[in-house]
Design a protein around this ligand. Structure first.
Ligand SMILES: CC(C)(COP(=O)(O)OP(=O)(O)OC[C@H]1O[C@@H](n2cnc3c(N)ncnc32)[C@H](O)[C@@H]1OP(=O)(O)O)[C@@H](O)C(=O)NCCC(=O)NCCS
Length: 194
């Protein structure tokens, strides 16, 4: 099996530690995690949901999304505090040259230094998978996310039209993390796969 095949089969299991010393589990989401994912979204504050609505959370969309990850089309990971999903972070279009990254934490888990180790996990998985780079978009007023992404090695590319999870089109900042030297950003439009 080639490198790509191996990486898409990974069942990432690990942990990250918050700035205040809490250790939380990280693992790949499975088809059985739909209810946990829906509870995660339902528990977000309106402001967090405004900043992070990668797709709808109805049963059908969640089923498709988790199915894509199980099939290796995407890599969807979860941060767990016991049974509770408290972070959802992913690489969409994992088989493309340049996947699209998303990350969101439950409100009580923001500002505790968890974003960076989760970004590092996604970058490492993309490297292992042989991707040439990673792209993302972020809302123009999301200074915290923009700062995090820059620290994780992403550079601002340009403003682009992004299709949000509720179908609305917004102008967002596109950023790119180069893995293969000289790699070009993605050519495809920025839109969710589900
Ligand atoms: C964005 C998010 C993933 C960041 O993760 P986090 O663990 O909360 O991030 P941190 O609090 O560690 O902050 C990241 C960095 O940004 C800095 N920062 C925080 N707020 C900032 C602001 N308003 N302006 C500039 N920098 C800021 C922090 O100081 C930190 O840098 P440091 O590690 O050198 O101290 C998380 O807050 C989140 O899920 N927010 C809601 C959903 C969201 O916005 N998702 C991203 C959509 S593109």
């Amino acid at each position: 099996m080639d490198e790509k095949g191996k990486a898409t089969e990974l069942n990432e299991q690990g942990s990250v530690t918050s700035r205040d010393g809490r250790s939380l589990a990280v693992r790949r989401l499975t088809r059985a995690d739909g209810p946990a994912l829906q509870r995660f979204n339902a528990g977000l504050s309106p402001e967090s949901r405004r900043l992070f609505l990668p797709h709808r959370y109805d049963d059908e969309t969640v089923r498709k999304s988790l199915g894509r990850s199980a099939d290796g089309e995407d890599l969807a990971l979860g941060l767990w505090d016991g049974e509770r999903l408290v972070g959802y972070f992913f690489l969409w279009y994992f088989r493309r040259r340049v996947p699209l990254l998303g990350i969101g934490l439950a409100d009580e888990y923001q500002g505790r230094g968890l974003g960076r180790p989760l970004m590092d996990i996604l970058i490492r998985e993309a490297e292992r998978n042989g991707n040439e780079g990673i792209e993302l978009t972020t809302m123009q007023d999301n200074e915290r996310a923009f700062a995090l992404y820059r620290k994780a090695g992403f550079r601002y590319l340009r403003d682009v039209e992004n299709v949000a999870g509720d179908g609305r089109i917004a102008i967002e900042r596109a950023m790119f993390h180069e893995i293969k030297p000289g790699a070009a950003p993605m050519q495809e439009p920025h839109r969710p796969p589900v």
